[in-house]
Design a binder for this molecule. Structure first.
Ligand code: PGA
Length: 248
């Protein structure tokens, strides 16, 4: 089964117009143009809402796609501070991250709300990147599979997964410098794979860097990465994209 690998940057709440311009220029220059996409790897950046216009303008016509990090489950209306799927589509977003562990943990997003956001993204013709992952406490208690299954099943119970992307991000590996071992990642990816389709891309996320990406991406059920910290440094992000390119 050939799946186009995906390396998606998650800028989180970082950046400003000047820094973004420099980062985007360096990424576009570093990755080259269409040639890269032909290598079986797609690259994308998921950026804060206020910078979507800037990013869309800079990346249009390049091999790099873009998206957002969250969306509202509602289509429109009196929801102060929220951003709808249609608004993201208006800026030609391809992707939107849904259910990142920071949204779940810091902003109280429930499985049900994540499922509603996932459905809203699909309805709005966006490709959701659904994040699932266990805490260290859950892993230590032997509950990893139970937790990721619950998170994924909440979404599957509401409709088709379609061409959405799944991202396994162990919470204990995010921003900690501690990655899952390639075998730990592969075990969970293989478990998740049974619940989706053979075509579904499953990314690994959590402290992926240019120097550990090769071992993780070499696993058969790992189809790329969701990259936080390293996506803010052009050289590192490009390096990770190049590793994904070599996998094929
Ligand atoms: P990290 O973040 O690469 O900085 O660990 C990954 C993520 O939160 O998506």
């Amino acid at each position: 089964m050939t799946r186009t690998r995906l390396v998606a940057g998650n800028w989180k709440m970082h950046g400003n117009r000047a820094a973004n311009a420099a980062l985007l220029d360096a990424i576009v220059r570093g990755l080259g143009s269409a040639h890269f996409a032909e290598g079986g790897v797609e690259c994308a950046v998921c950026v804060p809402f206020p910078y979507l216009a800037q990013v869309a303008e800079r990346l249009r016509g390049t091999a790099v796609a873009w998206g957002a990090q969250n969306l509202s489950e509602h289509a429109q209306g009196a929801y102060t501070g929220e951003v709808s799927a249609a608004m993201l589509a208006d800026f030609d977003c391809k992707y939107v991250i849904v259910g990142h562990s920071e949204r779940r943990q810091l902003f109280g997003e429930s499985d049900g709300q994540v499922a509603a956001k996932f459905a809203a993204a699909r309805k709005g013709a966006l490709t959701p990147i659904l994040c699932v992952g266990e805490t260290l406490e859950e892993r230590d208690a032997g509950r990893t599979e139970q937790v990721v299954a619950r998170q994924l099943d909440a979404v599957l119970g509401k409709g088709e997964f379609g061409d959405a992307v799944l991202a396994y991000e162990p919470v204990w590996a995010i921003g900690t410098g501690r990655t899952a071992t390639p075998e730990q990642a592969q075990d969970v990816h293989a478990f998740l794979r049974k619940r989706v389709t053979p075509q579904t891309r499953i990314l690994y996320g959590g402290s992926v860097k240019a120097d550990n990406a090769a071992a993780i991406f070499a696993m058969p059920d790992v189809d790329g990465g969701l990259i936080g910290g390293a996506s803010l440094v052009a050289r590192d992000f490009i390096g990770i994209c190049r590793v994904a390119e070599r996998k094929g």
